[in-house]
Design a protein around this ligand. Structure first.
Ligand code: NAD
Ligand code: LMR
Length: 325
């Protein structure tokens, strides 16, 4: 057995966390040899509900769960943390875009960035889930100047997995036969799911990008899947979001032979995307790090879509400059 690691989760009394924390405690994120101290963070008014989550976690008697703490104090919650899942933020409701949340949610991430900077381990891996996830990740990163920018990511894994699942359905093939999916840009309705390098059963499927199915069905469906779920459920995705967060952290830590989509700092990218935004690039994970896939170009047929999602991220960033100091 390894030494326990500290996993901080914000929004721990909320819907996504209610799906995520039990799976983290059971070893689905960091493996069956990794004991965990769970550090659950929420705001003061949610402490009673969070106590209930703590009781339920205790009642599961998870062998890997070494300790559970609950707090609304960010310095305590992020103390010595090795992993930080920043989920706590308002979800949107019907008719809203995720960027409409920036005014309320952006300010949550400034103090969290500072607390991570001052209290987390220098090797901490940070995943921002709370929307708008990319710009919130940028705010967190800017407020944690002592931590390597590569340790801050935003969650694009749900978009990636949604794309994978739709391709598997289209071909009537098992998910594991679908590889090298890419989603570029923002976790918003401008994101660009890209099949340029995608493979099904080892064969490239890029010709699909010339079809009406790709332009009129696949791309809008992935871009608007979150809204489709809100429309149907009356609430935003929770179990699938928790699953994506766990998969993101698991693969970042333990590797994955397939390509993944990871929201990351855009500095020094070879694709001509502006610097200082958190942008989703195709990535490979191994040995506890992720690296951008750089031996490819953005296909001309989607260049204008990629520019649109880039422009949106620049606008989001420029609307919260006061939080980046
Ligand atoms: P929820 O309303 O059920 O829970 C949010 C929790 O966050 C609540 O317990 C609330 O008290 C807490 N919270 C609010 N402010 C906080 C703060 N400053 N510090 C700590 N906790 C705080 O919402 P949910 O369904 O769990 O969704 C959470 C966020 O995740 C939303 O912004 C949602 O839009 C986003 N989301 C992102 C993705 C993605 O793919 N990136 C997917 C699904 C949902
Ligand atoms: C999603 O993609 O499901 C989440 O970002 C929730 C939302 O607001 O769509």
């Amino acid at each position: 057995m390894n030494k326990p690691v500290n996993v901080a989760v914000t929004g721990a009394a909320g819907n996504i966390a209610y799906s995520a924390v039990f799976r983290i405690a059971s070893g689905q994120m960091l493996g069956k040899e990794q004991p965990i101290n769970l550090k659950l963070i929420d705001i003061e008014p949610a402490m009673q509900a969070l106590k209930g989550v703590q009781y339920e976690l205790e009642d599961c008697a998870f062998p890997l769960l070494n300790s559970i703490s609950i707090t609304s104090d960010l310095n305590e919650g992020f103390g010595d943390c090795d992993y930080a899942l920043l989920i706590g933020a308002k979800p949107r409701s019907k008719g809203m875009e995720r960027k409409d949340l920036l005014k309320d949610n952006g300010k949550i991430f400034q103090p969290q960035g500072k607390a991570i900077n001052d209290n987390a381990r220098s090797t901490v891996k940070v995943l921002v889930v709370g929307n708008p996830a990319n710009t919130n990740a940028l705010i967190t990163m800017h407020n944690a100047p002592d931590i390597d920018t590569k340790q801050f990511t935003s969650m694009m894994r749900l978009d990636h997995d949604r794309s994978k699942a739709q391709i598997a359905l289209k071909y009537g093939t098992p998910i594991k036969k679908v590889k090298k999916i890419i989603v570029w840009g923002n976790h918003s309705n401008t994101q660009v799911p890209d099949l340029t390098k995608a493979e099904v059963n080892g064969e490239e499927i890029k010709e699909l990008m010339n079809t009406n199915w790709y332009k009129d069905k696949f791309v809008p469906r992935i871009q608007n899947r979150g809204a489709e779920i809100i429309e149907s459920r009356g609430l935003s995705s929770a179990a699938s979001a928790a699953n994506a967060a766990i998969s993101h952290m698991r693969d970042w830590t333990s590797g994955n032979s397939d390509w993944l989509s990871i929201g990351q700092i855009s500095n020094n990218n070879p694709f001509g995307i502006s610097e200082d935004i958190i942008f989703s690039f195709p990535s490979r994970c191994s040995n506890g790090i992720f690296e951008m896939v750089t031996d490819m170009e953005i296909s001309k047929s989607i260049q204008s879509l990629v520019e649109k999602t880039e422009k949106e991220l620049i606008e989001e960033r420029d609307s919260v400059l006061e939080l980046l100091k």
